[in-house]
Write a protein that binds this ligand. Structure first.
Ligand SMILES: *Cc1c(COP(=O)(O)O)cnc(C)c1O
Length: 363
């Protein structure tokens, strides 16, 4: 009997809901505040014209500069096609499909489950506590068979850091059993909170980083995994032979030069000051019920009638990220801190919208 193409696919792939990336969701916006990108681009010159040759697997200049920037040894750095590839490599290197599991604590980043599902590895969730911290006793009960735990800090989409004492306890309870991955995609917005200095103490700690957010290079597709050498050696076994193209390595090395780092830090300072303005303004909008503190380049807020708010802004070309479906985030939208002008567009669009209090009075 002949099968349809769909039938030929693996069961888990047929069942898979792909990651709803901001780009896939579409929309005809001119104010894109849904993917935590940096709002402005820089221009880059290519300095390497050797495209007839295959690139280095782990380009030396990029590795050495990132190691110096992160305060680790070059042998503790792996570079890949975005931090997303790092997530996938970790699951592929440590989890046996159908046997081992990954664990994470929603609400959090969506790619941990998508990657696990694609690879055919079970994922287990332990919802975060009400303050979006780790529920350590519940995690301890779920550890059987777990090989990789993902903890995003600061967390996307809630914007909070995970308590360092809790992370120490998590590392203690998983020692010799599982890998703990700290996703630090937004760490440049709160650099003092990095766990990079902990690598000396914990052989099972892994840190994910990216050039997509603070470095304003989401289109480059370049991310980093920091870990001790035994972990890096394993990931090197499963990574593609040429994960980064020559132009990507060329631009990444420039972004990590002294001048590149200075530019990134000045961009971060601008984002932080715009974020404070945005938070203050949001707090005075009638339709906003709560604005959550943020250590990142985005702000999560709870709205009355959030789908209406989302749609109203969408129709004005302002694209936000709806977080309404994530556990504990009903009514929540995530707003990337764009330029000051973009944030002013958001506030002008929100001002006229009524709050729950007002509509009750009218009723
Ligand atoms: C954006 C993001 C990533 C992915 O980064 P890329 O380097 O663009 O793949 C990973 N983790 C979190 C929490 C993110 O928000």
């Amino acid at each position: 009997m002949s099968s349809t193409i769909e039938d030929l696919a693996r069961d888990n792939v047929r069942a898979l809901t792909p990651y709803q990336s901001a780009r896939r969701l579409g929309g005809n916006g001119d104010v894109w505040l849904n993917a935590n990108e940096f709002a402005q681009t820089q221009t880059w010159q290519l300095t390497q014209q050797t495209l007839n040759r295959y690139p280095e697997c782990q380009p030396k200049a990029v590795i050495e500069r990132y190691a110096a920037y992160a305060g680790v040894q070059p042998e503790q750095v792996l570079v890949s096609r975005g931090a997303d590839e790092g997530i996938e490599l970790l699951i592929r290197a440590f989890c046996e499909p159908g046997k081992d599991a990954v664990l994470y604590c929603p609400p959090t980043y969506g790619m941990y489950s998508v990657s696990a599902e694609t690879i055919g590895v079970e994922y287990r969730t332990v919802p975060a506590l009400e303050d979006w911290q780790l529920d350590l006793p519940a995690i301890a009960e779920q550890l059987d068979g777990v090989k990789v735990l993902f903890v995003c800090s600061p967390n996307n989409p809630t914007g909070n850091l995970i308590n360092p004492d809790d992370l120490r306890q998590l590392l203690a309870m998983t020692a010799g059993k599982a890998i703990v991955v700290a996703d630090e995609a937004y760490i440049e917005f709160c650099p003092q909170a990095t766990l990079a200095g902990w690598l000396k103490e914990y052989p099972h700690l892994v840190i994910l980083r990216t050039l997509s957010k603070a470095f304003a290079l989401a289109g480059l597709r370049c991310g980093f995994t920091l870990a001790n050498k035994p972990v890096i050696d394993l990931l090197m076994k499963v990574i593609a032979p040429y994960p980064l193209s020559t132009p990507v390595a060329d631009i990444a090395a420039q972004a990590l030069s002294e001048a590149g780092l200075a530019l990134m830090r000045s961009n971060v300072a601008d984002v932080l000051s715009t974020r404070e303005w945005l938070i203050e303004q949001l707090q005075s909008c009638d339709c906003v019920e709560a604005v959550f503190p943020s250590e990142t380049n985005y702000v999560l807020a709870r709205f009355s009638a959030s789908s209406n708010v989302f749609k109203t802004l969408w129709d004005q070309g302002i694209i936000l990220r709806d977080q309404n479906k994530q556990p504990s985030l009903s009514g929540c939208l995530r707003i990337t801190v764009g330029t000051r002008a973009e944030c002013e567009r958001v506030i002008s669009a929100l001002r006229p919208l009524a709050g729950a209090g007002l509509s009750l009075e009218q009723a």
